[in-house]
Design a protein around this ligand. Sequence first.
Ligand SMILES: NC(=O)c1ccc[n+]([C@@H]2O[C@H](COP(=O)([O-])OP(=O)(O)OC[C@H]3O[C@@H](n4cnc5c(N)ncnc54)[C@H](O)[C@@H]3O)[C@@H](O)[C@H]2O)c1
Length: 513
Amino acid sequence: MERRLTSRAGREELRTKGTDVRAVTKVAAIGGGVIGGGWIARFLLNGVDVAVHDPHPQAERIVTEILANAERAYCRLLLAPPAPQGRLSFHAGIAEAVEGAGYVQESVPERLGIKLEVLRAIEDAAPAEALIGSSTSGFRPSELQAGLRTPERVFVAHPFNPVYLLPLVELVGGAATAPAALARAGAFLTTVGMHPLVVRKEIDAHIADRLLEAVWREGLWLIHDDVATTAEVDDAIRFGFGLRWAQMGLFETYRIAGGEAGMRHFIGQFGPALAWPWTKLMDVPELTDDLVEKIASQSDAQSGARPIRELERIRDDNLVGILQALKATGWGAGETLRAMEDRAYARAHAGAGAADPDLTRPLTLHRAQVRGDWVDYNGHMTEFRYLQVFGDATDAFLAFIGMDAAYRAAGGSVYTVETHIRHLRETRAGAKLAVATRILGHDAKRIRLLHALTDEAGTELATAEHMLLHVDAGAGRAAPMRAPLDARVAGIWRAQQGLPRPDHVGRGIRETG
Ligand SMILES: NC(=O)c1ccc[n+]([C@@H]2O[C@H](COP(=O)([O-])OP(=O)(O)OC[C@H]3O[C@@H](n4cnc5c(N)ncnc54)[C@H](O)[C@@H]3O)[C@@H](O)[C@H]2O)c1
């Protein structure tokens, strides 16, 4: 009886809260290994406090190392000002960790007994309205809900490694999960830059791991049968279809492979091949000691020279590059990254506020760190990177004055029509850069900007003066700025008028002879 009452009360709580996610400012992470650590970094770097419980004696060190890699990746990933990082705390028990949490993420080892025990302890101590997601790769949510008093708030939230970079989270409800709980979880996880994919039916291993397991099984056979080594299997993926999958997945890729005749033609041509004995189907090679040794020693020969954290950094750099390329086209995971940046700019703008006294000073809206691949043979940042950093600072300024996705969708845009960069000092690899921006002048269609680039010691390294022209991109001509840009530009200009005017502005390159 008590069970049902608690459950009904929980359902009512979920219903009345709807998809309101403002309440979630604190998350509890139960389990801080590979996946728990990735979740912790994702939440912290998106401004949410995280309380961790993990009995492993080295849990704090492991989480801290994952967080360091994640911070490094976010420096490269986001142009927008980062969210103020959430607070991280470690707790000796589940009850202490879940206290006051609006969302709990369970990431303990993939054993049903441990999961059930941990989920029971979580529901006993967590606030009634707290949502409870499990990272399980394989169990169905209904299996996890067995014996729980409040199963309506329990679901699978299955992420992908590294959780702080890959946006996909498969959300799977069980028989007892309240639809509102899944909706709230999706809304909350979207605010930390994830892409929730709600799985329509619960099955073992959800969607993505079903696909991955098919590839994994075939890979094991290819090695078992001496057709390929681990390195050759990886080459077959990364030099070819792996590149396609990151941007169009399976079906859209095959649609294109069908040429002008599209999907029907593709299935007509290649469908019959599915019946040929290409595959071992459901057979799994027995993981004998010999086969495990063969795979492990081939993997050592392939990748053993690099420690795991170094491999993680290489992986992260590659993923950041792919995500940024996708952002440029607004495709797939790039769309999620764009939305994440728009939210970060909106947050920075809300924080700065129109009445912020700092408007009277140059505005520091963009920071960057000089990457190793930004320097040329003499060890200094190469020329075009200055333009990149100043261009990013201009984008940050435009977002700050209100040029968001809606403004762009309505045709409003800004083109740079003239640039003058002065290189004052050498900028070395690793330098932490800040760009301070002021308005030198404006009219209805034009903004004249001055950026000053400094290092962490405040030394001025370069300046850039830009003339920006506001355009109606649809009509293809210059047009007056619309709200809110016009008023914000005028407001900043008024506030900054007291600043001394540097004598270099408005000058071109001097004649030499
Ligand atoms: N590794 C992946 O690629 C991956 C991807 C997606 C989902 N998952 C899922 O995430 C979960 C965790 O996997 P992992 O790879 O992070 O494993 P892991 O072994 O790296 O981490 C598990 C952590 O749980 C801790 N733990 C054990 N008992 C605990 C308890 N009672 N309370 C709190 N913490 C406890 C362990 O100390 C360990 O740090 C599994 O359900 C797995 O299926 C893993």
